[in-house]
Design a protein around this ligand. Structure first.
Ligand code: SF4
Ligand code: FES
Length: 204
């Protein structure tokens, strides 16, 4: 693969064809905030928190760094008034779902986001899709999926598969930025497969 040189925040960065701007920035220790990105998963582009400004052929546009491919001589700005304003707004929208989520607190402080700007939403899932995608792409189990559309969209466990698989895995739990996943699992477990009903029989 051929080398590509681009500029990120004034620094010359070497990347290879096929890399995203986020990967190139990370390789140069330049931080870009993310909420729906995971190195083991396909890029998803849901949260838009990784928005950066790119300049190519005299045009400046806002793009999601986790999706946007590197290109020779691309100029990237990871912080600017516009970028910061967008991140602040995104965080305020997410804080309406999960005002106490630790993953959002530090970011909210950095971007001056107001946790009370928008009316509180009923679900504290921010629809990052990390749990759904991890289960599908890494574990190949598809225990969790999205249900409904629009404002009613949320994640849901498939109880029959969850009863078989989740108690011995739970690898997705720490990925959730808001802890909604743990709550949803506990509810599924309580309603559909009370703990004792699926535990492996103990040898006696
Ligand atoms: S439950 Fe958590 S990990 Fe899953 S989509 Fe919602 S916020 Fe993301
Ligand atoms: S990290 Fe890029 S859109 Fe979420």
């Amino acid at each position: 693969m051929s080398d590509i040189f681009l500029q990120i925040d004034g620094k010359k960065v070497k990347a290879t064809e096929g890399m995203t701007v986020l990967e190139a920035a990370q390789s140069a220790n330049i931080a870009i905030p993310t909420l729906c990105h995971h190195e083991k998963l396909e890029p998803y582009g849901a949260c838009r928190l990784c928005t950066v400004e790119v300049e190519a052929r005299g045009r400046t546009t806002l793009v999601a760094a986790c999706l946007y491919p590197v290109a020779q001589d691309l100029v990237v700005r990871t912080r600017s008034e516009k970028v910061d304003r967008i991140r602040k707004m995104i965080l305020e929208l997410l804080l309406a779902h999960a005002p106490d989520a630790q993953a959002l607190q530090a970011l909210a402080k950095e971007y001056g986001a107001d946790r009370n700007r928008f009316e509180k939403e009923s679900s504290f899932c921010i629809l990052c899709g990390l749990c759904v995608r991890y289960c599908a792409e890494v574990k190949k189990k598809n225990v969790i999926g999205f249900v409904d559309r629009g404002a009613g969209r949320e994640i849901s466990f498939v109880p029959e598969i969850a009863a078989e698989e989740c108690w011995k895995c739970k690898e997705c739990f720490p990925l959730c930025p808001t802890s909604y996943l743990q709550a949803a699992y506990s509810l599924t477990e309580a309603l559909a497969f009370p703990r004792d009903s699926f535990k492996p029989a103990s040898k006696s």
